[in-house]
Design a protein around this ligand. Structure first.
Ligand code: F6R
Length: 359
């Protein structure tokens, strides 16, 4: 039931602070330590490499997760698109562990990989929003996202739930052998900060609607740019914009623009820069100046500690590893309001289905 909301997507964007709190309740004890199946953790600990396999938005959540697993649990992690991995399996490490990220648990491309993985007798975990879904039943282990049903075709709260659960799991793996990075990472406090930060963003809907009308409503194309985690989020926010508003949008590693794509920048082409990482903030700012000099309409989404007076959207500060949970929200809302103001059916974009059960 969407209640007073015109579309499920907006309701689901608004539910994200509560999803963060719910995951904290379900998976963290009072002391803030993860409560995760011991058997799963022992199996994960034997792995020399994690392989995250997923499609679409879930793939984008995997890109963020890989950085969490590497930095908090010190385990090398690769992320793969399901439909590619299924028919072009790369050389694997000696002891691989597979993580399937799938909101629906029914994505055929991901299931094809799981069938291959089971044939090779490798251990696996499905992280899904749907209990008893196919990928949940067929993997060795399951963790649930507890995000509540996601009805809008464009995924929002499942993406942030996947990242939050990956952060919890990464801490849990690192804690097994007492790694300092995991011990020092207060995931409970971070999720509380994230929930409050998300609330502050979703309370600013008018700002995002005005921005969408000004920069995105009449443009044929748009770019999101960033580096590192910000690049990962730029891929997701570009996907949101294209799938529901039909603006041709691309997420780019900001350093790559000048290697070809900058040729597409014309007067008023929107270029949205995401800046949440200290080590690359200056570089992405220079890249934005380069496109502005060629006429682009630039918008910045920047964390508080890196913000300058001229920035467009300022995000509350959280741990640098958790910024994706906040920086994605403006992109979700910009996509929503672009679609809404075009008079489109936000929840049911053309040519798309909620769960993709064919390869
Ligand atoms: C985009 C979107 C899709 C799904 C993809 C995978 O908003 O929803 O890209 O993320 O089809 O679906 P799941 O996560 O159900 O495997």
């Amino acid at each position: 039931d969407k209640g007073t909301y015109p579309f499920y997507m907006l309701k689901e964007i608004d539910e994200q602070p509560n999803v963060m709190r719910k995951l904290s309740q379900v998976y963290l004890n009072d002391a803030g330590n993860p409560v995760i199946n011991e058997d799963l953790l022992a199996t994960l600990k034997q792995a020399d490499r994690l392989y995250i396999v997923a499609a679409g938005t879930s793939y984008h959540a995997g890109l963020v997760g890989a950085k969490l697993f590497e930095s908090l649990a010190n385990v090398p992690t690769e992320v793969h698109v399901s439909s590619e991995f299924a028919y072009n399996q790369p050389l694997l490490s000696a002891h691989p562990f597979f993580i399937f990220l799938t909101q629906s648990g029914e994505t055929a491309d991901s299931r094809e990989v799981l069938l291959n993985v089971n044939e090779q007798k490798f251990p696996s975990l499905t992280i899904t929003n749907v209990p008893n879904s196919t990928l949940s039943r067929e993997a060795t282990y399951t963790l649930l996202l507890h995000a509540g049903p996601e009805i809008a075709v464009a995924s929002t709260k499942a993406y942030t739930a996947q990242i939050a659960l990956e952060a919890i799991l990464a801490k849990a793996i690192g804690m097994v052998d007492g790694q300092a990075a995991a011990k020092d990472f207060d995931v409970k406090q971070q999720l509380a900060l994230v929930a409050n930060g998300m609330q502050a963003l979703v309370d600013e809907k008018d700002t995002f609607e005005a921005l969408a009308k000004d920069a995105l409503l009449h443009t044929p194309n748009a770019f999101y740019i960033g580096r590192g985690l910000d690049y990962d989020v730029s891929l997701e926010t570009a996907l949101k914009l294209k799938e529901i508003s039909y603006v041709q949008a691309e997420g780019f590693a900001s350093g790559e623009l000048k290697h070809g794509t900058i040729a597409l920048i014309e007067k008023d082409t929107p270029v949205i820069g995401i800046i949440t990482q200290k080590n690359t903030a200056g570089l992405t700012r220079s890249n934005l100046q380069e496109v502005a000099a060629r006429g682009a309409k630039t918008i910045t989404i920047v964390t508080d500690d890196l913000a300058k007076p001229e920035d467009t959207i300022v995000l509350p500060a959280v741990d640098e590893r958790m910024t994706a949970l906040l920086s994605v929200v403006p992109g979700q809302l910009l996509a929503y309001y672009t679609s809404l103001n075009k008079g489109l059916d936000v929840d049911k974009p053309r040519n798309l289905a909620k769960s993709v059960t064919v390869e």
